[in-house]
Design a protein around this ligand. Sequence first.
Ligand SMILES: C[S@@+](CC[C@H](N)C(=O)[O-])C[C@H]1O[C@@H](n2cnc3c(N)ncnc32)[C@H](O)[C@@H]1O
Length: 408
Amino acid sequence: MSHSPRDAARYIKDFVLTSKTKTEYININGNKIPVYTNEFWTSKQRQASSIHEISYRACFKPQLPRFFINLLTQEGDIVYDPFSGRGTTAIEAGILGRNIVSNDINPLSRILTLPRFFVPNVIEVKERLENITYDTKLRADIDLSMFYHPKTEAEIVSLKNYLKQRESEKKEDIVDLWIRMVATNRLTGHSPGFFSVYTLPPNQAVTAERQQLINAKRNQKPEYRDTKKLIMKKTKSLIRNIKEQEILNLRKTGNSALFLSEDARRTPQIPNESVSLTVTSPPFLDVVQYDSDNWLRCWFNGIDAKKVANTITMSKNIQEWSCVMEEVFYELYRITKKGGWVAFEVGEVKGGKIKLDEYVVPLGQKAGFCCQGILINLQEFTKTSNIWGIGNNKSGTNTNRIVLFVKD
Ligand SMILES: C[S@@+](CC[C@H](N)C(=O)[O-])C[C@H]1O[C@@H](n2cnc3c(N)ncnc32)[C@H](O)[C@@H]1O
């Protein structure tokens, strides 16, 4: 759905008028920018599909991209996320029958996203797993004894070797990719549903030394975990509420999808003026220790975690962050269709002290976009806040701040 900026402004105004939205205005560099506050998407709305349930640092809820995809695009339009993470925007767009481009400089993003566009049959996954031979004497090339029972470790190494061989022989098919994705997700975690002894949640692998401390403190020793059984369990859980039509939509989208592992500032593979909507949330100022968070996931997939860590944008301050995002906006402007949209989500940084949205507005404008406003999604807006009390809203309420742009 493309709009000229004047239409777009009216369209958004009409939209906010039909909902009980609080509208305020802020002045940014002499421009009056509307700030709309509402519970635009709620946990009460249609539940998110179980297919999204892959953990990833700083991911957003599927309801956020769904809101913008439904509001601003039609079937067949291209939806893009330059900082795709676990692929929330891409998967939701696929479910809704849109085409997608998914980019993230972290190669784990593609490993965790692509297979869900080609949901395999449970029986195929079971049969494939049954045919993988586990060598119980195998050990990892690094000490993983603090995470895994020796038999579990042997299974993980066998699986790693099997996937590596399939890849090098160019035989890796969608069932293998699915197993790789699920196994990567199951490597470590805080429940018996994971391969490891109790540790931090799955997207935050701790160091070997730290795990030894956790084990000593909890007086725990890794118990055997049946990796094939756990992969089957997670497979069934991921597809437990997905509908046949959604699986078909995802496959159709997947067949023409573009998966990139580029710096979001330079994506020459994406043609000029091809994207109808971008929904994204960038890396924030908070320093996420990429290599320590992902070393085990990278080890399993034969990825050099240190090398990847060096390419991830980790800005020390707002000036550095703005310089990177300025270039991202120029690239988004190039690839966005006339009348196309960008929904740029920024969280509340440093407890709301830094309002990144107010930095983002001029960056988008400089690249040529027209800012349509800032949308603040307050969960349970109507219950927890009255129209005058939003400013006192306590933390604990999940707040998203989205800067919305349109291309003239
Ligand atoms: C806040 S997360 C996005 C999460 C995503 N919305 C989701 O739901 O999973 C930011 C992502 O940006 C990626 N990233 C960091 N610097 C990048 C860059 N320069 N270019 C492309 N991706 C980058 C990180 O790897 C991370 O996955």
